[in-house]
Ligand binder design. Structure first.
Ligand SMILES: Nc1nc2c(ncn2[C@@H]2O[C@H](COP(=O)(O)OP(=O)(O)OP(=O)(O)O)[C@@H](O)[C@H]2O)c(=O)[nH]1
Ligand SMILES: [Zn+2]
Length: 194
């Protein structure tokens, strides 16, 4: 694992003043971040969210998915708790990248579901690699989390990196007519717990 911690600074947001921790992966050249609020290094379970990059949803208000709404809801809950961590992993489009996600969206416009679209492009349904979490959690001394997710793969991923998931907190938000089929496919084919 070529991930290396680089620097931390303050990041004021509408949900509080977070610390932003920057990491670089020398192998891929990708930059990843963790936002933390409060002291997460005390060994107690940390309210956490693993969020995969979705430029269209996180920054451009897309209603094709639930990402932007989940991102805001996670920051809100961390703010209410006064303590927590958001792992923002640059694995756009479940790991296929932004342009391929647009290709996949085109196929979905023509009738494919989100899994079929990936497969038609020659990708697996979910290409994400969560091994980055180990270095991040070790750096922040996080050993136990209360994970905000509907995705059982993320629980398995955390545990395989040596971090215990003491609780799963559902994160269901942002449903709308444009993402109804996408969310149905998540639960039907990708195992999401709705
Ligand atoms: N390939 C592909 N990626 C998509 C599509 N819609 C959303 N995504 C990506 O899916 C990922 C969603 O990430 P998350 O919200 O972290 O994860 P999740 O697997 O939905 O799990 P939880 O939200 O934790 O329940 C992001 O990387 C999006 O860019 C799609 O139709 N095709
Ligand atoms: Zn999205």
């Amino acid at each position: 694992m070529a991930l290396q911690f680089i620097e931390t600074s303050k990041l004021p947001t509408p949900w509080g003043v977070f610390d932003i921790h920057g990491f670089e992966d020398a192998e891929t050249g990708k930059e990843h971040i963790v936002l933390t609020l409060g002291d997460v290094t005390d060994g107690l379970p940390v309210l956490a969210r693993i969020h995969s990059e979705c430029l269209t949803g996180d920054a451009l208000f897309s209603m094709r998915c639930d990402c932007g709404s989940q991102l805001q809801a996670a920051l809100q809950r961390i703010s209410e708790e006064g303590r927590g961590a958001l792992f923002y992993l640059r694995q756009e489009g479940r790991g296929i990248g932004l342009i391929n996600k647009i290709r996949a969206y085109k196929l979905q416009d023509e009738g494919a579901d989100t899994v079929e679209a990936n497969e038609r492009l020659g990708f697996g349904a979910d290409m994400r690699d969560y091994s980055l979490l180990k270095v991040m959690c070790e750096h922040l001394n996080i050993t136990q989390v209360k994970l905000m997710t509907n995705n059982p793969r993320k629980i398995a991923a955390m545990e395989s990196q040596g971090v215990e998931v003491v609780e799963r907190l559902p994160l269901q938000t942002g449903q709308n007519p444009h993402n109804a089929k996408y969310l149905a496919t998540k639960s039907g084919k990708l195992g999401h717990l709705f």
